[in-house]
Ligand binder design. Structure first.
Ligand code: NAD
Length: 292
């Protein structure tokens, strides 16, 4: 069994604890056993699990893996601490708020022979799986993905990082991209922001990614994908699955720890993650230049 600790008891951290306590039967998720949770606050037992200090989590021999579920600004520090202590790490996306720190952490994991896994539940959603099937074989001409949602919580980083799930969709659907322009409109007093990034596919087809957040904006993804012979303007409703999204991710992390994921798959995933973080970095730089 792999002793585990959950760090950060917000929405994601609580779901992680729930899943670790009731893993999907006969799956790699059953290999984990939760030993405690870490929080900055002093909390009572959560779901029957005890709070432990970060020092204890780092030093205990019966803890082999950490789930980092804190705000994005804290991910890097926590990943580094747990890797240095010889623990495998599963971190909620985005891994870090810069490309170079992610490369650094991945190298550290490799040196230590540890698994560093970044959660990407957005790739497991029924809508995304169906969309991927629907566009297979089609030739893209132009695409827009416009995300709207409530105001961004503090400490979640620049929108190209906090919204990396949308970028990951685009890269997973259309392959490697380049950024041609990006801008950010921000009204701090109104807690409103709109980031617009212009990208190109390898075939030089234009993609636009918009992240718009503000009070009262409903959480939604609006798509407009134009192909040579068809357009898709609504997300398809995929088939709901019996296994929850975070549970699917837990199974994947467990499979990696058991050596069940091939080196080629791991390499492909790592390339995609680093490519997205590099794009996010570039979008941030270009947006900040536009603002200056
Ligand atoms: P949240 O604000 O609900 O939770 C963050 C928690 O981390 C808070 O409870 C906070 O007190 C705690 N925390 C912060 N710094 C800490 C520290 N140094 N030590 C211990 N605890 C600390 O946020 P969330 O929605 O749960 O998001 C957490 C992470 O999960 C983010 O990286 C986010 O991008 C990712 N994520 C969330 C979802 C989701 O559906 N909520 C989905 C995918 C990914």
């Amino acid at each position: 069994m792999l002793g585990s600790v959950v760090v950060g008891i917000g929405i994601a951290g609580c779901v992680r604890m729930r899943d670790l306590l009731a893993p999907f039967p006969s799956s790699a998720a059953e290999k984990f056993s939760i030993k405690g949770f870490v929080s900055r606050r002093s909390l009572e037992d959560q779901q029957g699990v005890k709070q432990i200090s970060v020092t204890e989590a780092l030093s205990r021999d019966d803890i082999h893996a950490a789930f980092i579920c804190t705000e994005n600004t804290n991910h890097e520090e926590h990943i580094r601490q747990f890797l240095e202590a010889g623990k495998h790490v599963c971190v909620e996306y985005p891994m870090t708020l810069s490309y170079t720190s992610a490369v650094d952490l991945w190298n550290l994991a490799q040196q230590k022979g540890l698994v560093l896994h970044e959660e990407h539940i957005e790739l497991f959603t029924p809508d995304f799986k169906q969309l991927k099937k629907d566009i297979a074989g089609k030739t893209l001409e132009e695409a827009t993905l416009h995300f709207t949602g409530g105001s961004l919580k503090p400490n979640f980083g620049f929108p190209s990082f906090s919204g990396i799930a949308r970028l990951t969709w685009l890269v997973d659907l259309f392959g490697e991209l380049t950024v041609t322009a990006a801008s950010l409109v921000e009204e701090k007093d109104n807690k409103y922001m709109k980031m617009t990034a212009h990208l190109l596919t390898k075939q030089q087809k234009p993609l636009t990614w918009i992240e718009e957040r503000g009070p009262g904006l409903g959480r939604a993804k609006h798509i407009h994908f134009r192909f040579q012979d068809a357009s898709i303007t609504e997300l398809p409703a995929g088939q709901r699955e019996p296994v929850g999204l975070f549970m699917q991710d837990l199974v994947l992390f467990g499979r990696k720890l058991q050596g069940e994921v091939s080196a080629a798959e791991l390499q492909e995933e790592r390339s995609r993650i680093l490519h997205c973080l590099q794009l996010a970095d570039r979008i941030q730089q270009l947006s900040e230049n536009t603002q200056a």
